[in-house]
Design a protein around this ligand. Sequence first.
Ligand code: GLC
Length: 751
Amino acid sequence: MRYLIYFCILTLLIACTNSTTKTYHDPSLSAAERAAILLSQMTLEEKVGQMCQYVGTASLENPQGTVNPDERVKYEMGLGQRAELIRKGHIGSFLKVPSYKEANYLQELAQESRLKIPLLIATDAIHGHGMYVPPATIFPTPIGMAASFNPEIAETIARYTAVEMRASGYQWTFSPNVEVVRDARWGRFGESFGEDPLLVGTMGAAMVRGYQGTADADSLFVLACAKHFVGGGIAYNGLNGAPADISERTLHEIFFPPFIRCIDEGVYSIMPAHNQVNGVPCHAHKEFLTGLIRESWNFEGFFISDWMDIERLYEVNRVVNNHKEAAEVAVNVGLDMHMHGPEFHEHVIALVNEGRISEERIDEAVEKILTAKFRLGLFENPFIDTSRVAEVLLQPTHRAYALESARKSMVLLKNDGILPLKKQGRILVTGPLADHQGILGDWSRPLPDSLVTTVLEGMRSVEGAALRIDYLPTGEIELLGDEVMARAGVAAAGVDVVVAVVGENAIRFSEFKTSGENLDRPTLELAGRQLEFLQALHRSGTPLVVVYVNGGPVASPWTQENAAAILEAWEPGMAGGQAVAEVLFGDINPGGRMPATVPRSAGHIQQFYNYNPSAYHRGKYKFEDSTPLYPFGFGLSYTSFSYGKLECQDTASLSDDLFLRFQVTNTGDRAGDEVVLVFLNDVISSVATPVKELVAFRRVHLEAGESRILEFTINNKDFAFLDSSLRQVKEPGEFQLIIGLDRMKHTLFLQ
Ligand code: GLC
């Protein structure tokens, strides 16, 4: 008996020892182990608290400093009550936190809670920490990153953004947006990487790597978020949040792959889209969130709802009877965290108590959220050193890269020989975007003028004894009126060249915003009276150089026809004006390429390069050519390139990768970048397959006269397509490799 007692005491001691050493504070344990231990100590209220995201004070006040009545009415909460909820452990995350001081304050409140679980402070840092106050480095928007066709640019921008985020107390960005866009009317085009699944997925995965670090690391530098799953880029009429009808085939072939790429890169949060797909709201889509993403694609992270989209299951989609049912449906299909505000917490507690949500589902959600916090190192230190914020944000390396990435993003669309401009004579700079912070793009607050180089400032920096820059201000796009029109002709007549900067203004909080989130376009033509203004300038007879500043493509056939040159600058960020000037004067040779097809007008939508062979075989338009204004991959250079003979097997196995090589030569008199594109076409297939699909791309820099042999390996998975039952198949037969925009073709037989 005595030995039995000794044995029990010993067992108890071992058990206690294990439990005391196995605390969630033990950094030697994995993040998942620590999360499981912590979870076991939490009450239901504390667990559900981790699933709740609230907004910080930025949401209550717009930049004009007035309180937003809608938010105040909706939450009827002063900060005090929110502070109390944090102390009770009923909040797990915040967004729209306007300053590092508030971020630290919120974390202090969390340390007063029973378990001291740190908060996730989130923001929309998609091309720099743009929603942050005071300012941070603002890079080109994602569409410009895509136009560079260089994933390293996306990765570096993400890394620099993450550095500025962590230094200022933010650990989660709702980026990258990896939606493929097939409707250029969508105001959020500038946030996307364009129309091609490979380009979008490659750039998105690069940003995930830049934000989070490598997929195999247990730690996370900044938590990334692949969004929005799925179909916002093909919603009805290009309207943000409108329904999308997408075939299963198109979903699997076009819209899903970029998300799979990000999941394979270890992205640890995903945001469902506002819209419905085929009648089912994405926030209520069990097959998408649980069936596909979690179970088929092995997503290990957690889902965050988009802004009030759980409530919109009732308020907009009308698929439930009230907010409580909305919470029930959303959590049960897989949503793990709610953006944002009260009600959700009380509904979920009640639903669990009523057995309508299982506590296992809650545990699954909370364990992932806690794992993210452990991986971010927040339990070791949730605070920032406020004395370092000023030295980290806007640091010279980052600002230099804002210029470098802007240079790489630009696409030369037309040049009758007027470019590069001579640094002599008189140049008139004009247009609504000439001296405007619209070059920052959406998801960026306005910056202090001293931090932004506008196009006018970039041009003026080149002024000298031989060169004079005149400026004709036009005011905002929607204010461009008769008075300026009348002056256009005179102002243009007296100079050697006119540089007109036109396009869109997507900068956040601007009252003159014409594009960006929730501002879509019924046309792809220049907004307002900008085209009329260009025509007035053109009537002077002075050569017209047009610079587009825009997120979504501009389709202006008259401008293409009549301008001497057109430079697509996208939204080039805080140094964008300098980059534009450097390209126009030839200090930089533009090497960007179009990441999306630009139709001749909105009437041609949907128009994309990887179309089905029957798409244009009969139908025509009476008064318009049905070819694109600018095709996917298009872009000019100040030099020229030639391609040598393509070396590749004429016959190969469907189960083996394909190797090809060819030489590219810079045949011009100056250095330049060439974007080499490799497309594949399955000539005959039992299901209609696209006329071509991008399977590889690479941007190369070549000095004048330099030649280089490029080698590509085409993965054999690229030979596959979905058969009529949506099963992946490979079929023997004739294939065609297409290099560039029909520079070279090579027929081969795979079996
Ligand atoms: C918006 C956007 C989403 C963003 C979120 C938080 O509704 O759809 O992209 O991350 O709200 O700002």
